[in-house]
Design a protein around this ligand. Sequence first.
Ligand SMILES: [Zn+2]
Ligand SMILES: [Zn+2]
Length: 135
Amino acid sequence: MNGRTRSQERILQVMQELTKPTSAQDLYMELRNHQFSIGLATVYRSLDALKLSGLVQVRTLPSGESLYSLPQEDRHHLTCLRCGSSISIDECPVHDLEHELQAHHEFRIYYHTLEFFGLCPNCQAREEVAAGAVE
Ligand SMILES: [Zn+2]
Ligand SMILES: [Zn+2]
C-alpha cells in the first residue's frame, strides 16, 4: 500500500514548512491556518499511518507529549529532566552505525532516535545551592 490519503498529503505539506518537531494539536491548528479542515481524530490517524510507513518520526518528551517531524531531520537532544529544556546536538553520532546495522541485519531502518537525559547547567547549579542549604 503506497496510496496516501489527501489528509496525509496535507499533513506532510504543512510539516515541510515547520522548522521544529510539532505536537498533533499544533499540527491540527497549523492545518486550520492553511484552510485544511481536518478533524483532530483524522490528524492522529493520519500521523499514525505516516509513522508506520516511515514518513514521519515521533519523539516523546518526558511529559508524555509526542512531537512529530519529518525523518530527514536527524537531530538528537540533551534533555533536562528537571526543567525540560532541550539542547540539540548538531551532528549524529550513530550515522555510520545505522548503515552497518541495516546491512548486517537486512533490516530496513526508517529512522533512529537517540536522546540523552540529565541535568542542564542551570539545574545543576540550583541543585548545588539546595544541597548547600541542607548542610
Ligand atoms: Zn534544567
Ligand atoms: Zn542520528
